[in-house]
Design a protein around this ligand. Sequence first.
Ligand code: NAD
Ligand code: TDX
Length: 402
Amino acid sequence: MGKPHIRSDEGTAPKGASYSTKSFRAALPEPIRSKGRPAPSSVNPHRLKRRRRARFGRRGKGKVKAVRLIVTGGAGFIGSSFVRHLWRERPDWEIVNLDLLTYAADPESLAAATAASPKHTLVRGDIADADLVQSLFPADAVVNFAAESHVDRSIVKPGLFLRTNVVGTGVLLDAARKFGVGRFLQVSTDEVYGSLGAEGRCSEETPLAPRSPYAASKAAADHLCLSYHHTFGVPALVTRSSNNYGPRQFPEKLIPLLVTNALEGSPLPIYGDGLNVREWLHVTDNCRGILAALERGRPGQVYNLGGGEERTNLEVAGEVLRLLGATAPLIVHVPDRLGHDRRYALDSAKALAELGWRPQFSFGEALAGTVAWYRENEGWWRRIKSGVYREYYARMYPSCVS
Ligand code: NAD
Ligand code: TDX
């Protein structure tokens, strides 16, 4: 298969690597077996094959049925991008999308996918609601995006992060254990490794050292997933990506906040000295990595998905202003985030070696495409910014509000 088809609203032209479309079933790796359980004394390979097929591709009359996938948080920024990605790349998959539709959700972003693919069902509900979650099974696989995802909000109100990110993930794992799934993929973050100095990168072996309530809740969820694999044989695996950017990101996160503020002619708030470093990954590249891990990753494993492009926050702000041709001195230094992590950087060699994944978008080009998307979709972000967001903004950035 050639290059992925990427619609213009998903970013600018990819750098050019190709992406395999091996089918979910054909690409499945090792048979699922708990690390803790002894291997069967004699394994008949034909039986294994049958068992594997039975788990992943439930059979109809002589025909392998399409995969039934539970996606959680699939109305959020990355989750909805993943659903649209599947709609293009795996159109025969049935997707049950469980999302609480919090402030961060954008169900309209799924309208086109739903219209074009009747196999997508959006269920409004909480991943911590065990009865509801169990009612969605059986399923061939689960991909868990659902989370409270903003570090600043976790500093204001940590409890919600524990409930959704930790308890919610536990409820999903219990259901996966009870009903049996082919894969359980937990979408995680580079933040679980903690803060780096100027040098070095974190590999999957780096000990976790989360430093914000958000990061701690994600680290706890990662540990839970891997413990369910080790203890119960749930075929769980984890991807940890670096900072995502792209169209339809809620304007509380750095890049959409900078772009939309600049479009409004408002100040661009930069925390502290602005020299904190993040590694940027286009959301479509993350979705490609998640699908590759789902299909080709090994249960019990972690895969880092880093964009490979580090920038200080001041560099990002400068680039946004340049792309918009803004001449006014809009950058404003505001008080630093509590416990602000200095730098994140991932070593993503394992994802390249085992999944054949590497990012396709360059930050320069894809940031231009992202900025263009916000410029062309003013209605989308103005609607968000006119609601309760105003109160949030005034609370978080008092010095930027006149
Ligand atoms: P987001 O905040 O845009 O979306 C989160 C989605 O989860 C929303 O649609 C929300 O309604 C839903 N949700 C929240 N609580 C829920 C609950 N209790 N039950 C069901 N649904 C619920 O987040 P995002 O940026 O798309 O991030 C998705 C995942 O990727 C998260 O797990 C996040 O930790 C992880 N991640 C994000 C980034 C990033 O840069 N944004 C980087 C690495 C990892
Ligand atoms: O107004 C701001 N000013 C500012 O200087 C905001 C919102 C952020 N920042 C800084 C803080 C960080 O150094 O920009 C950097 C990026 O901030 P965020 O967009 O809030 O991202 P970050 O805290 O790095 O976390 C993100 O990446 C990892 C996502 O929000 C997480 O969900 C993901 O797990």
